[in-house]
Ligand binder design. Structure first.
Ligand SMILES: [Fe+2]
Length: 280
């Protein structure tokens, strides 16, 4: 499996404070069946002032430590970027790393505050799209405003934003409301990627399986097919792999469900009814 949103890099944000803990998290990820990760430390101006340069350096050191420890985990790095006006400057000056590409466009993992959808959010996402950057909205199911009113997501989906749901939310570890919204988004075929958003070993571990099992239950067993994923994972370097899978993940119609680890779309005709998130 591939995990596209996590905080495994040590000492760079609110993930592991030191290298030994980060290595233990990497071991836990591997034990859970994760073969590739793209680490996405926070870029949150004034709080976590990371940029492409220091993230790449930290990732390089982490890769060397993984090799030395004999841990079989392929690691690349990008960032989870907090919503702010400054984001526009950072996109223009090239100091933000992107998660991958979709149909030739860069993909940015975008985080909104957990308590609200900020005023002007749609204008920022449209600005990004106009610049050829596709926002991948991190864990919308954990946003309080969206929990109370999921239809607030519809304009972002209509713009062409993508959604990442956190595995632990689907498994119920962030409470009933987050779980219900995660399941609703999965049922409505608007989730592009499921990821761990792992921060530590205790409360937010790098576990993908439990959320994927829930997703498979919602999407149908075909969602668990993984042959194609394994073929890619063994043949392709991590960055290229991410590019490739994001491309695959996003070129399907929104009503076609897709989980990144699956490697192919799943259309479950047993799910019917009006889709409140549909573009049509
Ligand atoms: Fe995160």
């Amino acid at each position: 499996m591939i995990d596209l949103h996590n905080h495994l890099l040590p000492g760079i944000d609110d993930g592991p404070a030191d290298l030994p803990t980060a290595l233990d998290m990497a071991r836990a990820a591997v034990a859970n069946g994760i073969s590739h990760v793209v680490c996405t430390p926070h870029i949150h101006i004034g709080r976590y002032d990371n940029d492409s340069h220091n993230i790449a350096e930290t990732c390089s050191r982490f890769n060397a430590a993984l090799q030395e420890a004999g841990i079989e985990l392929k690691v690349a790095a990008a960032a989870e970027v907090r919503f702010s006006g400054e984001l526009m400057t950072r996109v223009l000056d090239g100091s933000i790393p992107f998660l991958g590409q979709w149909e030739g466009k860069k993909v940015l993992l975008l985080e909104f505050p957990h308590g609200e959808m900020p005023f002007g959010a749609e204008r920022l996402t449209q600005w990004l799209l106009d610049k050829g950057v596709v926002p991948l909205i991190a864990h919308p199911e954990r946003n309080k405003a969206l929990m109370n009113n999921p239809s607030k997501l519809k304009p972002f989906i209509e713009q062409g934003c993508l959604l990442q749901v956190t595995a632990a939310s689907a498994a119920g570890r962030f409470g009933e409301k987050a779980m219900h919204l995660a399941h609703e988004l999965l049922s409505n075929r608007v989730v592009s990627i499921m990821a761990t958003d792992a921060h530590n070993l205790d409360h937010r571990p790098p576990l993908l399986q439990e959320g994927l099992l829930q997703a498979a239950r919602i999407l149908g067993e075909r969602g668990r097919t993984s042959g194609h994923r394994h073929a890619l994972a063994h043949r392709t370097p991590a960055f290229r792999l991410v590019d490739c899978l994001i491309t695959r993940a996003c070129r399907f119609r929104p009503q076609d469900s897709y989980l990144l680890e699956v490697g192919k779309p799943c259309v479950d005709s047993s799910v019917s009814g009006r889709n409140p998130f549909s573009r049509r």
